[in-house]
Design a protein around this ligand. Structure first.
Ligand SMILES: NC(=O)c1ccc[n+]([C@@H]2O[C@H](COP(=O)([O-])OP(=O)(O)OC[C@H]3O[C@@H](n4cnc5c(N)ncnc54)[C@H](O)[C@@H]3O)[C@@H](O)[C@H]2O)c1
Length: 245
């Protein structure tokens, strides 16, 4: 059977492209026909994922992001798809948390989404077409015991959820959709470090007893970026085996 290239001719920016999920997302969008520019701090890994089209940049730096995205927009004449995937958590008990840990987590998981979306959106509004897909976390919408020690991360990801809904309304009549995936624990290479006890405890939290497959997450993102999702906006979609129920 021939592969459906539903994103042929589309131009995508993926942040966190060098990460465990980011590189799978990039490969999926490319397989469906999109040109992909990756943005990530990790220049070496990025060069392997999106050769010639990557921008190594600290996404917490507003001015640097405007310059990087500006170069991509200038090269392509616009951007059709933005996947805000950069982020990551750190464990810190709230009663011991430093101001630095708090601001670092909020900057990494929420301010990055503002900086990149702010840079990409004008070109989407101008062309009256755009798909923005944010990656939050089950931590933002539930997930209970699994996210103990993750208050700053959970708060920042909940900010991404709020941003998604508010922006979806703001741009709905201008051809741009804004949606959000809330993944539960994914079967990324980092999980290989889990002890059998930790793995059991994790699976006990997930009704399906399945970790998320990065390939499934990437396919869901490609769906939200594709033609069948034209009338889907403001959705917060948990990919978590029922964890957040
Ligand atoms: N892996 C999971 O189980 C899981 C579950 C829920 C949500 N998520 C979310 O999915 C996203 C991707 O997760 P992952 O597992 O691929 O993590 P990862 O650590 O493998 O990748 C994250 C990438 O983001 C980049 N990044 C972080 N801060 C940056 C900054 N300031 N500027 C530029 N790049 C920056 C890193 O360099 C890295 O390449 C994250 O937002 C994470 O919070 C992951």
């Amino acid at each position: 059977m021939r592969r459906m290239r539903t994103l042929a001719g589309r131009r995508a920016v993926v942040t966190g492209a060098a990460g465990a999920l980011g590189r799978v997302i990039v490969a999926q969008l490319q397989a469906e026909g999109a040109a992909v520019a990756g943005l990530d701090l990790n220049a070496d890994a990025l060069a392997a994922v999106t050769p010639g089209l990557g921008e190594a940049v600290d996404l917490t730096d507003f001015d640097a992001v405007q310059r990087s995205v500006g170069r991509v927009v200038e090269k392509w004449g616009g951007v059709d798809i933005l996947v805000n995937g950069a982020g990551g958590g750190a464990v810190s008990w709230f009663h011991e948390m430093t101001y630095d840990t708090w601001t670092t987590q909020v900057d990494r998981n929420l301010t990055t989404v503002f900086n990149v979306t702010r840079a990409v959106l004008p070109s989407m509004l101008e062309q009256r077409h755009g798909r923005i897909i944010n990656i939050a976390s089950v931590a933002a919408i539930g997930g209970g015991r699994l996210v103990r020690g993750a208050t700053a991360y959970a708060a920042a990801k909940a900010g991404v959820v709020g941003l998604t809904k508010a922006l979806a309304i703001e741009v709905a009549e201008r051809g741009v959709t804004v949606n959000c995936i809330a993944p539960g624990a994914q079967a990324t290479p980092g999980r290989d470090r889990d002890t059998p006890e930790r793995r059991e405890a994790l699976l006990d939290q997930i009704p399906t007893r399945l970790l998320g497959e990065p390939g499934h997450l990437a396919q869901t993102i490609a769906f939200l970026a594709g033609p069948a999702a034209v009338n889907i906006t403001g959705v917060i979609l948990p990919l978590d085996g029922g964890h957040s129920i």
